[in-house]
Design a protein around this ligand. Structure first.
Ligand code: GLA
Length: 350
């Protein structure tokens, strides 16, 4: 019997939401929170997973090579082992104990963190020598081909390459990355609304299909291709809601570019305004916010945040609020006092 461990962090995203699957720009920051896995090999083909997280099931077993979807979180593990086996990796059965200090389904990349932690543990256990790029690719394939969530690669790339005290600018066109150090005068409060999304069955896949339909109607391969063209002319050619969806994606890419300048020049006020504009766009044009997330954003701004917005896929989950360094805890506590739901502070970043 051999044992191995794997860890992978969750992420926030400073700016650049729903741009990843449109060949656009994103700017994630890795969290210090994440998923840890301890795996021990078995002498048969059984895979057994147990977890301390508040998910169902908490103890489950399946046979390697007989992976069948059941619509639960376990599909991510089934996807990982099925894809590894399909790619020719010599795997065997194993027991995996999963622990997580990252809230699950809170828009903080927990699915990707789980798949990547599992891949890291398995890679060591079976001497697969998977590098970060392969790890991100397989985790993404498990999500898309097996779990049925047609997500982009933001979460996986943020988890393998992200830094916890810098933003990482990623151009999804070529996956080129650039480290953008955060100004020492700011921090971000990450607040979980306590309400949950369901990517696979929810609006996420629909948004992606709407973007694909807009590309067909505009005759382009990806929405990145219209970045340089006059936006109004593009929007006139689209029926609602496709025009609103496209306006979000194109203006969000522009906001990422402006955010990079604001971070570099330490213009914290402008950065806050860019986050607020991103929230309005996600709320009104992309329609992925919820009343709870909107309330948290309003409360954060009223309490003195420089800016705030929904983070991740939306349809529930978390917000980030930009504040002066040292003010995050107090601001978040004030926000939660006024909040109608049951939320909590996940982290203060960095
Ligand atoms: C989820 C997806 C990512 C990305 C974000 C929105 O986190 O997994 O690929 O699309 O939503 O930016």
């Amino acid at each position: 019997m051999r044992s191995a461990t794997g860890f992978a962090p969750g992420r926030i995203n400073l700016i650049g939401e729903h741009t990843d699957y449109n060949d656009g720009l994103v700017m994630p920051i890795a969290l210090r929170l994440g998923v840890a896995i301890e795996a021990t090999s078995r002498d048969n083909n059984m895979i057994r997973l147990t977890t301390d997280a508040a998910v169902a099931p908490r103890d489950v077993a399946y046979v390697l090579g007989a992976e069948e979807r059941d619509g639960t979180w376990v599909d991510r593990a089934r996807g990982v082992t099925a894809i590894l086996a399909r790619d020719g990796a010599a795997l065997g059965g194993f027991d995996a104990q999963i622990t997580s200090n990252l809230p699950i389904g809170a828009g903080l990349g927990s699915s990707a963190a789980f798949s990547i932690a599992l891949l890291r543990a398995i890679s060591t256990l079976f001497d697969l020598a998977l590098d970060d790029t392969a790890t991100a690719r397989i985790a993404h394939a498990a999500e898309n081909e097996f779990a049925g969530a047609r997500s982009g690669m933001l979460d996986q790339l943020a988890s393998v390459y992200g830094h916890s005290s810098d933003a990482l600018l990623i151009d999804m066109r070529d996956q080129g990355t650039q480290v953008i150090p955060l100004s020492p005068t700011i921090e971000l409060a990450v607040i979980d609304s306590g309400t949950r999304h369901e990517h696979a069955t929810g609006g996420y896949n629909r948004r992606r299909a709407e973007c694909e339909e807009a590309c067909v109607q505009l005759g382009v391969a990806s929405l990145r291709d219209i970045d340089e063209r006059p936006l109004d002319e593009m929007l006139e050619r689209l029926p609602p809601p496709l025009d609103r969806r496209v306006r979000h994606v194109v203006t969000e890419n522009a906001r990422v570019r402006r955010a990079v300048q604001a971070v570099r020049s330490r213009d914290d006020v402008t950065l806050g305004e860019i986050l607020n504009a991103s929230h309005r766009s996600l709320r009104d044009d992309y329609e992925v916010s919820t009343p709870q997330l909107d309330q948290l954003v309003v409360l954060a701004t009223a309490a003195g945040a420089l800016g705030a917005r929904v983070v991740g896929g939306g349809f529930g989950g978390s917000i980030i609020a930009l504040v002066q360094r040292g003010e995050g805890r107090e601001l978040a506590a004030g926000v939660l006092e006024g909040y109608d739901g049951a939320g909590h502070v996940v982290a203060i970043v960095p």
